[in-house]
Design a protein around this ligand. Structure first.
Ligand code: MRU
Length: 365
């Protein structure tokens, strides 16, 4: 993602100061505010309050959280049970994205393998940076594999843009660079292919309207923001060629947890014969869960996120509902594998079923 011609990531280690810095995504698109994460509590708050959000980015932040914990508590570096306890707190900051526990556990395993406590902080820093770079490379590859799908659609529909619908923000802001769902779109755009993106606003926190629209706009990719309820209508009227979404956790059988409303988009896509793809790095597969609808934990957030509308200042001053009306705020839903056309991963495109997933990742199961 470029800001004033300079590459900007949503998280980075300021090497000179040895401090983890993030973009406060609650303030976008109106203000670009940088926040420093200097304690484990600040890391947990940043994840929970969605300063940082999006599955791969939450994972990278969790990994940096292990580093921050060790750096600010060097006297505890030999205390394995303290390290385990702090990491469990970080991993529990949000429940649905499996990348969080995956990245925290990977960092802790590297730290524990280092027996010299004085070197553990360096191991944590290095591992977190490596995970960030791995996610960049995963996104880049997802972009290349997904590009072939868009090229096919361009060939099928000469003389007009390929219309791609996406939900929430599975872009650079949700990853480290390129995004997952957006990576093929950016690759297509950079290759000169005509693309146009329908951006679901994604109530209640409007990650589509605020974040996806912001980053597509910065990259110059043609896009239109639509209400969450508009997708079915434009699909019925031939205005969507393909849906690409991200995911927070996908079972090894192909069930996909993603931002609330994704399931309805998949139903509408299938009803209209429109391919519904899910783009994800291998860090988002859960190799332990078979049935996503029953077993993926769905985060429930503060109902006030539904009752109030955040504005330019992110204050909650605009009440949308009657003062006394309660609200429910399910943050994710699960799209069963049968509705998914395929997965776009760093290793290639595969069907949404156990056999195809196993073929692509034979070492995982
Ligand atoms: O609640 P959020 O904003 O963290 O939800 C993010 C999503 O649902 C994304 O689609 C998902 O994490 C994939 S990000 C590449």
């Amino acid at each position: 993602m470029k800001e004033k011609g300079k590459l900007v990531r949503p998280i980075w280690l300021d090497a000179a100061a040895d401090i983890v810095k993030v973009i406060d995504q609650r303030k976008l698109p109106h203000d670009l505010v940088i926040m420093e994460l200097k304690s484990v509590d600040q890391v947990i708050d940043a994840i929970r309050e969605m300063v940082v959000r999006g599955a791969p980015l939450i994972g990278v932040t969790g990994a940096y959280g292990v580093f921050v914990g060790l750096k600010t508590n060097t006297e505890k570096a030999s205390d394995d049970s303290w390290i385990t306890g702090e990491s469990k707190k970080i991993a529990a900051a949000r429940p649905t994205a499996v990348n969080l526990s995956w990245a925290v556990e990977k960092t802790v395993a590297a730290v524990m393998a280092e027996k010299d406590p004085a070197r553990r902080v360096d191991v944590a820093r290095r591992t977190a940076c490596e995970i960030a770079e791995e996610e960049v490379e995963n996104s880049r590859r997802i972009g290349q594999h997904g590009l072939t799908l868009i090229e096919d659609l361009v060939r099928k529909n000469p003389g007009r843009p390929v219309n791609i619908l996406t939900h929430c923000n599975a872009g650079s802001l949700a990853c480290v660079e390129f995004g997952t769902a957006t990576a093929p779109i950016y690759a297509a755009f950079e290759n000169g292919l005509p693309v146009h993106v329908w951006v679901d606003e994604t109530r209640p926190l409007n990650q589509g309207a605020r974040l996806t629209a912001w980053e597509l706009g910065k990259a110059g990719v043609p896009h239109t923001v639509i209400t969450d309820n508009a997708g079915g209508h434009i699909m019925q009227h031939g205005q969507v060629d393909m849906v690409i979404v991200g995911t927070d956790r996908t079972t090894y059988t192909g069930d996909v947890a993603n931002k609330i409303g994704t399931y309805l988009k998949a139903l509408a896509a299938v009803d209209n014969g429109i391919p519904f793809y899910v783009a994800l790095p291998s860090s988002t597969f859960d190799w332990t869960i078979r049935d996503g609808v029953s077993d993926i934990p769905i985060e429930e957030r503060d109902p006030d996120e539904v009752r109030y509308m955040p504005g330019v200042t992110h204050s909650r001053e605009t009440l949308l509902v009657p003062e006394d009306s309660p609200a429910a705020n399910f943050a994710f839903d699960v799209t069963p594998a049968r509705l998914v056309t395929g997965f776009i991963t760093e290793r290639g495109v595969c069907g949404a079923n156990e056999d195809d997933i196993r073929r692509l990742f034979p070492e995982k199961i």
